[in-house]
Design a protein around this ligand. Sequence first.
Ligand SMILES: Cc1cc2nc3c(=O)[nH]c(=O)nc-3n(C[C@H](O)[C@H](O)[C@H](O)COP(=O)(O)OP(=O)(O)OC[C@H]3O[C@@H](n4cnc5c(N)ncnc54)[C@H](O)[C@@H]3O)c2cc1C
Length: 307
Amino acid sequence: MAGGLYDLIIIGAGPAGMTAAVYAARQKARTLVLARDVGGQLNWTLGIENYMGYQFIEGIELIRKFEEQVRKFPIDIKIGRAIESVVRVREGFSVADVDGTKYLGRTALICSGKRPRMLNVPGEELLRGRGLTYCEVCDGPLFQDMDVAVIGGGNSALEAAVDMTKIAKRIYIVSLTPLTGDNILKEKAKEAPNITIMTECETMEVLGDGMVSGIRVKDLKSGTEQVLEVGGVFIEVGLIPNSDFVRDMLTLNQLGEVMVNCACETGVPGLYAAGDVTNVPAKQIVVAAGEGAKAALQAHQYLQKCV
Ligand SMILES: Cc1cc2nc3c(=O)[nH]c(=O)nc-3n(C[C@H](O)[C@H](O)[C@H](O)COP(=O)(O)OP(=O)(O)OC[C@H]3O[C@@H](n4cnc5c(N)ncnc54)[C@H](O)[C@@H]3O)c2cc1C
């Protein structure tokens, strides 16, 4: 077991995990944070206008501030660790990463957030990172003066398309359904002179020999197909919870989110979950941070009762 016995192991270093770490450390809990990256979805967020205390802050800057605060405390932080399993053991929980390294915690907290959903069409796998991306915020500037397609019709897709109006030449929004995003974003997309909106259209294939050169689109109303010649494809069809590693242990809802009660309890004593990976509504930074704080305090109470 690496590092001995921790009071609390936190899986994830997004807003939920980092806030939980600070709360746990302030309770003098021996705390370990294991995560693939620092910041989670904040890495994909350009500007934030609704995290209190900052009228505007870039995602990267907020991560830096969160991390700075976490590192002020004696918290063990291991980044670049993909967790594969959490198992109940006599001492509490054994948490294993993909390399087989195991960590032991008296309690554990799942803050593993969400990841982009795939389209699952031919060409997607082959052209990923070769003009096909799931993060306009990260990769948008690479497509200067090009024609691009944004796949999806919700808020992420509309935000991506509107953002690309300053960078790309032409943007096609290709949505399987009528647009479902917020009205304000729909209006912005409709008003933009370089956005073409194609609803009830299915993306059948991403085309390209080495790099993206287009997409094959089927109009579901007429049944006709056409090829859009684009150099970039942004897949913005939503997010899925990173809950696979507790699938067999915990109750998940139909979206794959970990079911918790208002005390962030999962139903397994000593095992908590917080943030976007859970069924708690409103997937926002302030909510994830608040839930992380709550979960850490609940874990502390649990540990107090156990001694
Ligand atoms: C493009 C975009 C823009 C957004 N804009 C805003 C905004 O303006 N305002 C706002 O309030 N919210 C915004 N959000 C939502 C906000 O980013 C999320 O609600 C918030 O980041 C959720 O925090 P979290 O800690 O629960 O999860 P995440 O941020 O998803 O962090 C998850 C953490 O878990 C880690 N992890 C995942 N799986 C594993 C594993 N198997 N093993 C180890 N570690 C793992 C990840 O590496 C990461 O550290 C935006 C989201 C996106 C995608």
